[in-house]
Ligand binder design. Structure first.
Ligand SMILES: C[S@@+](CC[C@H](N)C(=O)[O-])C[C@H]1O[C@@H](n2cnc3c(N)ncnc32)[C@H](O)[C@@H]1O
Length: 427
């Protein structure tokens, strides 16, 4: 199969799996991309898939207008193929090339009888353009409603930011030189980037790049991490040599940042998922960090804790990921309303289970990449009400909106992801 057709076939299969079969975008892409040898082909597949998922409500509206019966059931793959075509148009690919390659992909997918239809629909999209829909239309109605309730003044900006591609942020390892030094290395390599005024180790690239094209990436000089997540190291800062628990640590970005800033920390990095623990070990190996990694359920310390209390605990809790829809657009397809109550239970079990492991005077930082009050401010309010020796400490305006029970950065603000943090001191 020629590469032009192979990329459209791969994008269609990934989209079909994610849109119609409940598969996760990250794992489906990770399985599909290695089959394409040329990094430019892999980048094109990613671009098509992300564009189609971000704009699926718009593409749906086009099919509803242009087809008597939009494709369903065994024809769901046809829908995914048409989305692949629409996405290429949005990416600005030349009309002739995109129509020809997508029609050829219909044949390669064993749908020669539908190639005429694909040709006609894609030509119509070129002629008439795709209908405009509100960015909120990409959100399931129950979730859009929650966002409007929780953030009445900011909801529209949240929907807009969540429909756009996120910038690529880097975290510079201070052990390998200053951020200014690294900015100079980027400039020398012809890579356009700017420093974040808020996150002191963060650099924002003007255009995303494959990580291996970054000077010093393989040597651990730099990592990829959103600037909002980098503020955890500012919110927590453990004292030198402190005993720290990162309770939900994989794939290890925040633990690595803490250790890059202060290698004297005695850090335990725990995660419930053994496969993710192995990924985290790879991260630490690339960065040359020696970390005590463990697999276990943080809410059940009897299974993994040695009985020595921690000076600081980070709970980067599993959550709805509603703050990072721009990076994981499939969140809007897969999230169910019942998930939120289940996540709330895990989050409160983690808070209750880990609080006794903190020394008096110690700090617990609770963080999520959610923008729902139920997982953030309400969770902390309830924890404070049932935990008499927990005291909330203010983080300051540079961490985002003060919700009364923590700080919320909303998606897109200062180019950052949506992220919540609350710092609790043990009396
Ligand atoms: C938001 S991610 C953590 C990201 C990580 N802190 C970083 O910066 O790279 C949440 C993690 O919590 C883990 N997790 C979920 N429930 C857990 C539990 N009960 N105990 C420990 N880890 C858990 C998940 O496997 C997942 O890796």
């Amino acid at each position: 199969m020629n590469p032009g057709v192979a990329t459209r076939v791969a994008a269609t299969r990934v989209l079909d799996a994610v849109l119609h079969h409940g598969r996760s975008l990250k794992t489906t892409l990770a399985a599909a991309l290695p089959a394409l040898a040329d990094p430019r082909d892999r980048a094109l597949v990613e671009a098509i898939v992300f564009t189609a998922l971000r704009q699926h409500a718009r593409f749906d509206a086009a099919l509803a207008q242009w087809l008597e019966k939009p494709p369903v059931g065994r024809d769901s793959e046809l829908r995914a193929l048409l989305y692949t075509g629409f996405a290429q148009r949005e990416l600005g690919l030349p009309a002739h090339a995109l129509v020809a390659a997508t029609v050829d992909a219909a044949r390669a997918l064993g749908r020669p009888h539908q190639s005429g239809l694909v040709n006609a629909i894609l030509r119509r999209a070129q002629r008439e353009g795709l209908p405009e829909v509100d960015d909120a239309a990409a959100w399931p109605p129950w979730l859009a409603e929650r966002i409007r309730q929780d953030w009445p003044r900011d909801a529209d900006a949240i929907f807009v930011a969540s429909a756009r591609a996120a910038p690529m942020w880097l975290r510079v390892n201070p052990r390998d030189g200053s951020r200014d030094d690294y900015l100079q290395r980027l400039t020398d390599a012809g890579i356009d980037a700017t420093a974040s005024p808020e996150a002191v180790d963060a650099i924002r690239l003007a255009t995303p790049l494959p990580v291996h094209d970054l000077p010093g990436f393989d040597a651990g000089t730099v990592s990829v991490q959103d600037a909002a997540a980098q503020r955890v190291a500012d919110a927590l800062p453990p004292a030198r040599g402190a005993r720290v628990l990162d309770a939900c640590a994989a794939p290890g970005g925040k633990a690595a940042h803490l250790l890059e800033r202060d290698p004297s920390l005695r850090l335990t990095a725990l995660d419930i998922d053994p496969r993710r623990v192995r990924r985290m070990q790879d991260t630490f190996a690339r960065l040359g960090l020696d970390v005590d990694t463990r697999a276990g359920d943080a809410a059940q310390p009897a299974d993994w804790w040695d009985g020595t209390a921690f000076d600081a605990i980070l709970i980067d809790a599993p959550c709805s990921a509603t703050g990072i829809v721009r990076r994981q657009p499939d969140v809007l397809l897969h999230r169910r309303e019942t998930d939120i109550a289940a996540l709330n239970k895990i989050q409160s079990d983690l808070l209750d289970g880990l609080w006794p492991l903190l020394i008096p005077g110690g700090t617990l930082l609770y963080a999520t990449c959610s923008i729902l009050h139920a997982e953030n401010t309400t969770q902390i309010q309830a924890f404070l009400a049932r935990t008499p020796d927990a005291v909330l400490e203010l983080l300051g305006a540079s961490f985002g909106h003060d919700t009364g029970f923590g700080s919320q950065r909303l998606p897109g603000e200062l180019g950052m992801d949506g992220f919540f943090q609350a710092r609790l001191r043990k009396a």
